[in-house]
Design a protein around this ligand. Structure first.
Ligand SMILES: Nc1ncnc2c1ncn2[C@@H]1O[C@H](COP(=O)(O)OP(=O)(O)OP(=O)(O)O)[C@@H](O)[C@H]1O
Ligand SMILES: [Mg+2]
Length: 358
């Protein structure tokens, strides 16, 4: 596919039932994924959940034990990396230390057999896109981490691939540069019109940069959706416990009609459909619980001053509950406090299946 400028569009990637074991350890346990053309798609999950393995399967660096992968409806499950029109940026950049940036960025073109006289122009264009065209004569050792990262990006985009695969590309940058670069990366992806699969364990990064994302937990995909969907309607307690910083409080409670009780505190959930009475898990984000004159009794365990807000760690029976206060104030040690819940934003989960109750 190509548009009026002749530039190729990204491909549509479909994974079905992908399984991959290393020895007796099953790293991927049946991955199904639909990534739309030119979408910016994040693979988010904790360490060891299978993100890199999935990206390597997409790149053709790892052959799955079971399952299939197609790009634009063509089966590429067993196609070698060179036949997939993918460019990958690794966490450690993998630049050639003895080559100049110009040679590093031009290397994939040389490998592809692009005519020699066309290479310098293409290299300069890719380098200019990521603003390192003034550094082309330098070697990687003479660059900052951020500049090396841009060089790795330039080397990936110089070929104008169909799929752009990025494995934690910002993790070696300091916090400030990471924030700046993530904005630029998003802009770059928009202008290139290339399907991008982006691995990160930083959920803020995934939430801000991705059109959609998949949450990986233990070699499975726990949820796929837009960042808003995953944040606002986590499919189960595992996703709820992972997303958000700090994540949602999950507290044992009881449901009767639309009435939730936690200990002897009761409140009504106006939007909940009628469900059978019984035990539930109540989910509430730290910002959706407030202090009040009466409510759920809690004891302050530790207050953290975050500058413009506070994070209170409270004991409620056996549970530790985190509450975000929009202002900063003084508290006494072990102060007795009362909590109320913002009913519009309370989530309810089935304690047996862990699934969200709508
Ligand atoms: N070549 C390998 N040999 C053996 N085990 C492997 C291999 N590659 C990955 N694994 C295991 O498979 C699991 C998934 O690894 P993977 O690299 O996909 O995780 P990840 O989600 O990318 O984690 P991280 O955020 O730490 O990079 C891990 O438990 C890992 O130890
Ligand atoms: Mg990884």
């Amino acid at each position: 596919m190509s548009d009026t400028t002749g530039r190729s569009h990204g491909g549509r990637v479909v994974l079905r039932g992908i399984r991959k074991s290393f020895g007796s350890f099953e790293a991927l346990r049946g991955i199904d994924l639909d990534i739309e053309a030119v979408e910016f798609f994040a693979l988010l999950g904790p360490s060891g959940s299978g993100k890199t393995t999935t990206l390597r399967v997409i790149a053709g660096l790892e052959i799955p034990d079971e399952g299939t992968m197609t790009v634009d409806d063509v089966d590429v499950t067993y196609a070698p990396p060179g036949e997939r029109d993918v460019a990958m940026v690794f966490q450690n950049y993998s630049l050639y230390p003895h080559m100049t940036l110009e040679a590093n960025i031009g290397f994939p073109l040389k490998m592809d057999g692009v005519a020699k006289d066309r290479i310098p122009g293409l290299v300069r264009e890719a380098a200019a896109t990521v603003k390192i065209d003034h550094l082309l004569h330098r070697r990687p050792g003479e660059l900052s981490g951020g500049q090396q990262q841009r060089c790795a990006l330039a080397r990936a985009i110089v070929r104008q691939p169909k799929l752009f695969l990025l494995d934690e590309p910002l993790s070696n940058l300091d916090a400030q540069l990471r924030l700046e670069t993530r904005v630029e990366l998003k802009k770059l992806q928009r202008s290139l019109n290339v399907t991008t699969v982006y691995v990160t364990h930083d959920q803020e990064e995934a939430m801000t940069i991705a059109d959609r994302m998949a949450v990986f937990l233990d070699g499975n995909i726990a949820q796929v959706g837009t960042p808003e969907e995953v944040f606002n309607r986590p499919r189960n307690v595992d996703v709820a416990a992972f997303i958000g910083s700090p994540p949602m409080n999950l507290i044992e409670g009881h449901l009767d009609g639309r009435w939730v009780s936690i200990g002897d505190h009761r409140f009504e959930l106006p939007r909940l459909p009628q469900c059978p009475a019984g035990k539930i898990i109540v989910g509430a984000r730290p910002g959706h619980i407030s202090l009040a004159a009466s409510g759920l009794a809690a004891t302050l365990y530790l207050s953290e001053n975050l500058g413009e807000s506070m994070l209170l760690n409270l004991s409620v029976g056996e549970n530790l509950v985190k509450v975000r206060l929009p202002e900063v104030r003084e508290f006494a040690d072990n102060e007795a406090l009362y909590l109320t819940f913002d009913a519009e934003h309370v989530h309810v989960f089935d304690p047996e299946s862990g699934l969200r109750i709508e």
